[in-house]
Write a protein that binds this ligand. Structure first.
Ligand code: SDX
Length: 429
């Protein structure tokens, strides 16, 4: 017998069905609320509002649990690869060897950009932010693949998925090459996914680039850790844009823009800028934290806090451990890592952070690895987007398969002027 919840308002009452998820999360179904009671819900930031039922990713924010399709992030980080995790998110199951080989070779066949797409880059200023370039070029791809925009044709959705996953590294590397005035490199498909990206970023026509296995593995790990995170801001954006039946390229381009914000994916760049500022100005970490606590100061401890995790972000734990390993293997030191660790240690003993359950999130340490492997700071969020791409597409596909899906169109409570007559300009004061 299904559970229900009852709402009473004045002389009206409504019995609502309560849906229990596979991990015992409960959602009250309010579909009849306005018709039966005249009420709507009001929930800025959707703090208490579920937009959908989803089988892609599970997060338990109180226990610090993250699972993609039921597999723990810890196991996937240790045992899987980014393309295998992409297949898992997109298809719902870990691939067999044959399936992974097929997926990998299909991706390899689509890593090149149409030669005319490259001309877009020439139009951008050298100092254009690569997230602006990525979203623009991603949207523009729909003009090159007009034969595969039909959201209801599984074959067209499939080829668009492969094209996006294959081309994002090439698109990213081209934005970097444009910014430094170097020629674009073609992908070399003998490389694996992350090695190909590193080659396109750091090789030149006159100098090869020896891809370090340590670096390509660290990058693969970071892509796995960023691959999905249920209904975060950018994924919700992809779902909302997709709900209007906009094509996949347009929906993903919107997700890139949402991710760019410093409160979301842009935080990884903001963290390194914060650590650089503390180091270059010789700031006292404790004093910096006092500014982060001061309501009159807009400074925030970037990379700390999370809407869902009220315990450690499991990804931050994995990345912090990987920082030490990668720096050790590369025989590099990082003063920024020391500063970050000091900030974390002090913050986790400070009541302001403890009482608000603010812990390091995925962005707090990730930039230290990106920096150690030579990625420019303004490319950090682009790498977040590269990782999140399979998650965005998995949610977009799930949304279109869900019979409950309708175009997303929230209501509001109007607080503006009540009706008034037009005043001729001569009579206005
Ligand atoms: C990502 O949703 C996802 O899953 C996102 C993500 C993913 O994988 O997709 O995990 C990736 O976006 C991680 C978050 C990256 N952003 C940052 O690191 C930016 C710094 N963090 C914050 O701005 C904040 O913690 C958010 C945006 C992450 C969450 O904000 P919420 O849930 O809206 O919480 P809030 O802003 O209402 O904060 C609650 C309180 C407030 O204080 P009071 O009003 O209670 O006095 O905590 C304070 C905030 O001022 N607070 C912080 C803080 N984060 C929250 N104070 C100082 N420094 C911070 N970082």
């Amino acid at each position: 017998m299904s559970e229900t919840a009852k709402l009473v308002y004045g002389d009206k009452s409504l019995e609502m069905k309560v849906t229990r998820g596979s991990e015992d999360e409960l959602g009250v179904e309010i579909g009849a609320l306005r018709a039966k009671t005249g009420l709507i819900t009001l929930d800025p930031g959707f703090m208490n509002t579920g937009s959908c039922q989803s089988a892609v990713t599970f997060i338990d924010g109180d226990k610090g649990i993250l699972r993609y399709r039921g597999y723990s992030i810890e196991e996937l980080a240790e045992k899987s690869s980014f393309l295998e995790v992409s297949h898992l998110l997109l298809e719902g199951e870990l691939p067999t060897k044959a399936q992974l080989d097929t997926f990998t070779s299909r991706v390899k066949l689509h890593t090149m950009l149409h030669e005319d797409v490259k001309r877009f880059y020439k139009g951008f200023p050298k100092d254009a932010h690569p997230m602006a370039v990525l979203s623009a070029v991603c949207g523009a791809l729909s003009t090159f693949y007009q034969d595969s925009l039909d959201i209801d044709d599984p074959a067209q959705v499939d080829i668009s998925t492969v094209r996006l996953i294959a081309k994002f590294p090439t698109m990213a590397a081209c934005s970097y090459k444009h910014s430094i005035g170097q020629p674009f490199l073609y992908p070399v498909n003998a490389h694996d996914y992350t090695s190909n990206f590193l080659h396109m970023m750091f090789a030149t026509p006159c100098e090869g680039y020896e891809v370090s296995p340590v670096v390509s593995k660290a990058l693969d790990l970071l892509l796995i850790l960023h691959a999905d995170h249920e209904q975060n801001c950018s994924t919700s954006t992809v779902r909302l844009v997709g709900s209007s039946q906009a094509n996949l390229f347009a929906s993903i381009s919107a997700g890139v823009n949402a991710l760019w914000g410093p409160l979301h994916g842009g935080a990884n760049q903001a963290v390194i800028e914060m650590l650089d500022q503390i180091e270059s100005e010789g700031l006292d970490g404790r004093k910096y934290l006092e500014r982060c606590k001061d309501r009159n100061d807009t400074t925030r401890l970037m990379g700390f806090g999370h809407r869902v995790y009220k315990n450690f972000d499991p990804r931050a734990k994995i990345i912090k451990k990987a920082c030490g390993e990668v720096l050790g293997q590369l025989k590099k030191q990082s003063r920024l890592l020391d500063i970050a660790a000091e900030l974390e240690e002090v913050a986790l003993k400070d009541d302001y952070f403890v009482s608000r359950k603010l812990y390091p999130n995925v962005d707090f340490y990730s930039g230290i690895i990106y920096k150690a492997i030579g990625i420019p700071v303004n490319m950090f969020t682009v790498l977040f987007a590269m990782g999140r791409l399979p998650g965005w597409i998995a949610h977009w596909k799930e949304m279109h398969k869900d019979p409950a899906t309708k175009i997303g169109r929230p209501r509001q409570v109007y607080t503006g002027a009540t009706e008034r007559k037009y005043t001729p300009i001569a009579e206005r004061k």
